[in-house]
Write a protein that binds this ligand. Structure first.
Ligand SMILES: [Cu+2]
Length: 371
């Protein structure tokens, strides 16, 4: 009994330290009083006043340049990609992988990304959640011309603030994104007071509309499936892989584990963690003030959202962290599959996870079961 109380006290103590160490509280304290003044977007407000308002609102970012330039090359091109070992598709990728390379820089770094378009269609890159100059936002026809096949475009901006973000095209978006053209963008803070995590994992949630029952075979673009054909999302991936191809996360008892959740799909995913609660510490890259951080075990991640959550590995075993829209834990209607992440504590034997896989003879999902 005493031992159990001590364990609970230790866990609470660690959680308290994590919360205390979390950087960058909102620079305004208390209430939403500042927001009322923002309710007249048509008002002509001098720039200084806008800046004051954004400081009060907490959306102003103070960028302290590091002087470093970080260069990345992204090639948009088609590539054969395996969602599970026996299901490949002709994906639209950055550099041949889904997701594309994770771009990880420090707040204040100058980021230079050379995009080369080797697709047979126009594309761009949008920096989702970052405060980039307007001309770098990647949104035709407003901020740039589309990057045509064979052309290149160089994006350059300062990494405005720490957090979890993403990048993706902003033209013909449904086809390009649903076929794999996206990546994670992580900006680390300059301050060394970042909480120390023992483990850090990311999950970029994707949805696919693939021709059914053609393992290893043909891929249809969504547009080709009009006219009564199936337009349902039938494959769901974590970092480009569907269960059981999703690599396990291995943790050790006592670890403080940080997870970055990013939803690039067009569907909401209520992500549910077994055996533990977690605390939501950041949303859309913005740290949540400690007193507002919610403890829960199911977090709905809507399309376009990012969350950072933290849990303490205090319950040894083999657990799952999965989407609770249960169609999303299927591969072509067959469970288990899709958005299932296995978390295995060290010392627990690996579990054979080769679930049933669709075969060409598998009956298609019932009509009307939209996802
Ligand atoms: Cu889901």
């Amino acid at each position: 009994m005493t031992g159990r109380i001590l364990t609970v006290a230790a866990v609470l103590g660690i959680a308290f330290l994590v919360v205390r160490a979390w950087p960058r509280g909102m620079p305004w304290s208390g209430g939403t009083g500042g927001q009322g003044a923002l309710s007249n977007p048509g008002d002509s407000v001098p720039g200084a006043a806008i800046n004051d308002l954004s400081v009060r609102l907490g959306t102003a970012k103070e960028v302290r340049p590091t002087g470093r330039v970080r260069e990345f090359n992204l090639v948009a091109r088609k590539a054969v990609w395996g969602l599970v070992p026996d299901r490949t598709t002709e994906a639209i990728t950055y550099n041949g992988t889904v997701p594309g390379p994770t771009i990880r820089v420090t707040e204040g770094d100058t980021v230079r990304v050379v995009l080369k378009n080797e697709l047979d269609q126009e594309t761009t890159i949008h920096w989702h959640g970052l405060h980039v100059p307007n001309s770098m936002d990647g949104v035709p026809p407003f901020t740039q011309a589309p990057v045509k096949p064979g052309e290149s475009f160089t994006y350059e901006f300062v990494a405005s603030h720490a957090g979890t973000f993403m990048y993706h095209p902003h033209i013909n978006s449904v086809e390009q994104i649903d076929n794999g053209l996206y990546g994670l963008f992580i900006i680390d803070p300059q301050q060394p007071d970042e909480p120390k995590f023992d483990r850090e994992f990311s999950m970029m949630l994707g949805g696919w509309i693939l021709a059914e029952g053609q393992a290893g075979g043909q891929h249809q673009m969504p547009g080709a499936q009009m006219g009564g054909m199936n337009m349902n999302y039938n494959w769901f991936t974590i970092n480009g892989k569907a269960f059981p191809a999703t690599p396990e996360w291995v943790v050790r008892q006592g670890d403080i584990v940080r997870v970055r959740l990013v939803n690039i799909s067009n569907l909401a995913h209520p992500m549910h963690l077994h055996g533990h609660d977690f605390k939501v510490v950041a949303r859309d890259g913005e740290p949540i003030r400690p007193e507002l951080q919610q403890v829960m075990n199911t977090l709905t991640v809507n399309p376009g959202e990012t969350y950072d959550i933290v849990f303490i590995a205090d319950n040894p075993g083999v657990w799952v962290f999965h989407c609770h829209e249960l169609h999303h834990t299927e591969n072509e209607g067959v469970e288990p599959g899709g958005l299932i992440q296995v978390i295995r504590y060290e010392g627990n034997p690996a579990v054979a996870t080769a679930g049933p896989q669709p075969t060409p003879t598998m009956p298609a999902r019932m009509p009307g079961m939209g996802h």
